[in-house]
Design a protein around this ligand. Structure first.
Ligand code: TPP
Length: 677
C-alpha cells in the first residue's frame, strides 16, 4: 500500500462558498477547463479556475445575451482579453447552450480544425467576439466596441442600441503598454458602458507579480477617469454588488477581483505552476475532492447543467422583444439599421467616389496622394454615415478629417471623427473593436513608419478578417526633412508579409480613389493605404475601369515596337518610371511601365494576366523602400532601384538624388540591363 499522501490531504479545505448553487455552477467551468487542458496535454487551467466564480455571476445575473441569437446586435459584448484562459469562454458557451459549442468541441480543445483553438479566434464559433491571446488586445478592442455602441446609440437611440461591453483582463493585459492607450482613451471618451473585471491573482508566468510590477492599478485607472472597486473574486455577492454599482457609473469601470489562480487545486493553486500547463492526474483528483466535484471528466450533472441552461435562456425574451421593436421601428430607421448591420454600403457611395475620380482625371492636379485621399474622404463622408474616421494626432498631415465630419466627443457620440491622441496601437485595436461591433466602418491615420507601433493590431485585423482601413501617409524618404526615424524603409515589405492584409500604394490621385474603392468594397479585408507627403502628377486620365483592382496593370505600353524593358513601380515611383520611360524612348529603347498598387491583388490574378503585364523583357523594379520581396516581379537576378539603408534628413528631392532613385538612374539601369540581355 502506498504511503504517499494524496494532494487533497495536504491542502486546507476551501472556505464555504457564499452561494453554494453558484459555486457548483462555477465548479462546472473549473472541471471542464481542467479536463480539456488535461486531455489536450496543453493549455491554461489556472485562469479559468480562478475566474470561474466571477464569470458565473456575470453570466447568470448581468450579461445580456441569447445563445440562439448570437449575432443579436444589442447583445452585451463579452471579451476574454486574457485569451490564454480560453477554456473559460468555451466552457461558458457550452454550458449556456450555444449550439455550435458542443461537448465534442471541448474534448477537441486545441486540436486541428476544432472551434476551440488554443486562444479564442473570432469566426470559429458564435460567442467569440474577438480574437485574443496577445495580451492587452482584447481590452483595447473592447474600447472600440464600447465606443461603437455609443456611436450607434447616438444614431438609433436606446430602443435599438443599449448594451454593455464586459472584459475579463489579467495582470498581463494591464502590464502591456497597449492598456495605457486603451484605458486613457476609454476614460477620456467616458465610455460608461465598458466594465473591466480584472483577474487580480498576482501571478504571471514567471511567478508572483511582485517580481516585475508594483503599480497601484486602482489609482492608475482612477487617474484615467475610471470608476474603480476591489472585491474578493470568490465572494459572489461582492462581485454582484460591484457589477451592480458599475451599471450606474457615468465612467468606465474597473472591478479588481482578487482571486486565487487555479482555485481548488490542492498544491498548485495560487502558484505560477497552474498558469500554463495541465495540472496532472493527481492534482486534478485532489481538486475534484476539494471542490466537491465527484463527477467523471467532461461530465456535468443534469441539475447543474439545467441551471446553466436557464442562464442561457434568460436573454431569449429580451432578444425577442428587441426584434419586435426593430420590426416596429419606422421603415427608414429599420432599413438603415439593417443595412449597417449587414456591412453593406449605402447607395451612392460608388457614385460619390467616381465623381472625385473623374474630377482628378479631368483636372490632372499635381497633389500628394494624402491630399487626394482627403478629397476622396470629403466626398464619401457625406454619403456614408457609418464612416468613422480618425488619426493618432496627425490629422492635418494624414488628411483624414473630412470637411463634413464633426468631432466625436463624450458630449457628441454622433460625431464622425475621433481624435485618438498619440496612441497608434490603441487606435488600431479600437478600430478592430469598432469593426467587430458592426454598424460602423472605421479608418484611421498615422505615418507609415508607425505601423510598427501598432503592428500586432494590424495583424489581428488580418487574422480576424475585418474591414479596418489604415491610412498611412508619409510613405517613403519622400517625406524629406523629418529624416530616417520617420522614413519607412522595411515597413512596406513587413506589411506585405501579413497574410490577408491588402497593402495599397497608389501612384497618383486616380489610383488613390481606386484604392479607396477597393478597400471599402471588401467587408472582410483590412487595408493599409500608403500615401505620399509629396506632390505627384496625375498619370491616369482614364476612369472607366478600376484598373487598380487587378493589383497591377500596364500603365504605359512600350512605344514603337516590342518591349525592350519593363519598369515596374509603385506609388510615388510610378511617375519616376514614367519619366525614365521618356528618356529611354528618346534613346530608341522601348520601355513599358507597370503600376503595381497592390501586390496581393496582383498575385491573385491568373498566371496569364500576370505574364502579360510583366512581359518577357528584362524588368526593373522601382520603389523607394527595401527591395525585399521584389525578386518575385523582377526575378532573382533582377534589378531594383530602392533603398538599401536607412534614409537621411534632407529635402525630398535631394534624398531621391542622393539615394539614386531618379528617372536618370532608372533609365541608366534599364539601358545596362537591356544591353546585357
Ligand atoms: C503580448 C503578449 N506577451 C506575452 C504573452 C505570453 N503570455 C501569455 S499569458 C502570460 C502571463 C499572463 O499573466 P496573467 O495575465 O496574470 O494571467 P494568469 O497567470 O493569471 O493566467 C504571458 C506572458 C502573450 N500572450 N501576449
Amino acid at each position: 500500500m502506498s504511503t504517499q499522501q494524496s494532494p487533497s490531504a495536504e491542502a486546507p479545505p476551501l472556505p464555504a462558498p457564499r452561494d453554494p448553487e453558484l459555486r457548483e455552477m462555477a465548479n462546472a467551468v473549473r472541471a471542464l477547463s481542467m479536463d480539456a487542458v488535461e486531455k489536450a496535454k496543453s493549455g491554461h487551467p489556472g485562469m479559468p479556475m480562478g475566474m470561474a466564480d466571477v464569470a458565473t455571476v456575470l453570466f447568470k445575473k448581468f450579461l445580456k445575451f441569447d445563445p440562439r441569437e448570437p449575432a443579436w446586435p444589442d447583445r452585451d459584448r463579452f471579451v476574454l482579453s486574457a485569451g490564454h484562459g480560453s477554456m473559460l469562454l468555451y466552457a461558458l458557451l457550452y454550458l449556456t447552450g450555444y449550439p455550435e459549442m458542443t461537448l465534442e468541441e471541448l474534448k477537441r480543445f486545441r486540436q486541428l480544425g476544432s472551434r476551440t483553438a488554443g486562444h479564442p479566434e473570432y469566426g470559429h464559433a458564435p460567442g467569440i467576439e474577438t480574437t485574443t491571446g496577445p495580451l492587452g488586445q482584447g481590452l483595447a478592442n473592447a474600447v472600440g466596441m464600447a465606443l461603437a455602441e455609443r456611436i450607434m446609440n447616438a444614431r438609433f437611440g436606446d430602443e435599438l442600441v443599449d448594451h454593455r461591453t464586459y472584459v475579463i483582463a489579467g495582470d498581463g493585459c494591464l502590464m502591456e503598454g497597449i492598456s495605457h492607450e486603451a484605458i486613457g482613451l476609454a476614460g477620456h471618451l467616458k465610455l460608461r458602458k465598458l466594465i473591466v473585471l480584472w483577474d487580480d491573482n498576482s501571478v504571471t508566468i514567471d511567478g508572483p507579480t511582485g517580481l516585475s510590477v508594483s503599480d497601484d492599478q486602482l489609482e492608475r485607472f482612477e487617474a484615467h477617469g475610471w470608476s474603480v472597486a476591489a472585491v474578493d473574486g470568490h465572494d459572489t455577492d461582492a462581485v454582484a454588488a460591484a457589477l451592480e454599482v458599475a451599471q450606474t457609473s457615468n465612467r468606465p469601470s474597473l472591478i479588481a477581483c482578487r482571486t486565487t489562480i487555479a482555485f481548488g487545486a490542492p498544491t498548485k493553486a495560487g502558484t505560477a505552476a497552474a498558469h500554463g500547463a495541465p495540472l496532472g492526474a493527481a492534482e486534478i483528483e485532489g481538486a475534484r475532492k476539494r471542490l466537491g466535484w465527484p463527477y467523471p471528466p467532461f461530465e456535468v450533472p443534469e441539475a447543474i447543467r439545467a441551471r446553466w441552461q436557464a442562464v442561457g435562456a434568460r436573454g431569449a425574451e429580451a432578444s425577442r422583444v428587441w426584434r419586435e421593436r426593430l420590426a416596429e421601428a419606422p421603415a427608414d430607421v429599420r432599413h438603415e439599421f439593417e443595412r449597417r448591420q449587414s456591412r453593406e454600403l449605402p447607395a451612392g457611395w460608388r457614385d460619390a467616389l467616381a465623381a472625385v475620380k473623374t474630377k482628378f482625371a479631368a483636372d490632372a492636379p499635381k497633389i500628394a496622394t494624402r491630399q487626394a485621399s482627403g478629397a476622396v474622404l470629403d466626398a464619401l463622408a457625406s454619403v456614408m454615415p457609418e464612416l468613422i474616421g480618425g488619426s493618432a494626432d496627425l490629422t492635418p498631415s494624414n488628411n483624414t478629417k473630412a470637411k463634413s465630419q464633426a468631432e466625436l466627443t463624450p458630449r457628441n457620440y454622433g460625431g464622425g471623427y475621433i481624435h485618438y491622441g498619440v496612441r497608434e496601437h490603441g487606435m488600431a485595436a479600437a478600430m478592430n473593436g469598432l469593426a467587430l461591433h458592426g454598424g460602423v466602418v472605421p479608418y484611421g491615420g498615422s505615418f507609415l513608419i508607425f505601423t510598427d507601433y501598432c503592428r500586432n493590431s494590424i495583424r489581428l485585423s488580418a487574422l480576424m478578417g475585418v474591414r479596418v482601413i489604415y491610412v498611412m501617409t508619409h510613405d517613403s524618404i519622400g517625406l524629406g526633412e523629418d529624416g530616417p526615424t520617420h522614413q519607412p524603409i522595411e515597413q512596406l515589405a513587413a506589411l506585405r508579409a501579413i497574410p490577408g492584409l491588402r497593402v495599397y500604394r497608389p501612384g497618383d490621385p486616380v489610383e488613390t480613389a481606386e484604392c479607396w474603392e477597393l478597400a471599402l468594397s471588401s467587408p472582410k479585408v483590412p487595408s493599409v493605404i500608403a500615401l505620399t507627403r509629396q506632390g505627384l502628377p496625375t498619370l491616369r486620365r482614364d476612369t472607366q475601369e478600376n484598373r487598380s483592382a487587378r493589383g497591377g496593370y500596364v500603365l504605359a505600353e512600350a512605344d514603337g515596337g516590342p518591349r525592350a524593358v519593363t519598369l515596374v513601380a509603385t506609388g510615388s515611383e510610378v511617375s519616376i518610371a514614367m519619366s525614365a520611360r521618356d528618356l529611354l524612348t528618346a534613346k530608341g529603347v522601348a520601355a513599358a511601365v507597370v503600376s503595381l498598387p497592390c501586390w496581393q491583388l496582383f498575385d491573385a490574378q491568373d498566371a496569364a494576366y500576370r505574364a502579360r503585364v510583366l512581359g518577357t523583357a528584362p524588368r526593373i523594379g522601382v520603389e523607394a523602400a527595401s527591395p525585399f520581396g521584389w525578386e518575385r516581379y523582377v526575378g532573382e537576378a533582377g534589378t531594383v532601384i530602392g533603398m538599401r539603408s536607412f534614409g537621411a534628413s534632407a529635402p525630398a528631392e535631394d534624398l531621391y538624388r542622393h539615394f539614386g532613385i531618379t528617372a536618370e538612374k532608372v533609365a541608366e539601369a534599364a539601358l545596362s540591363v537591356w544591353r546585357s540581355s
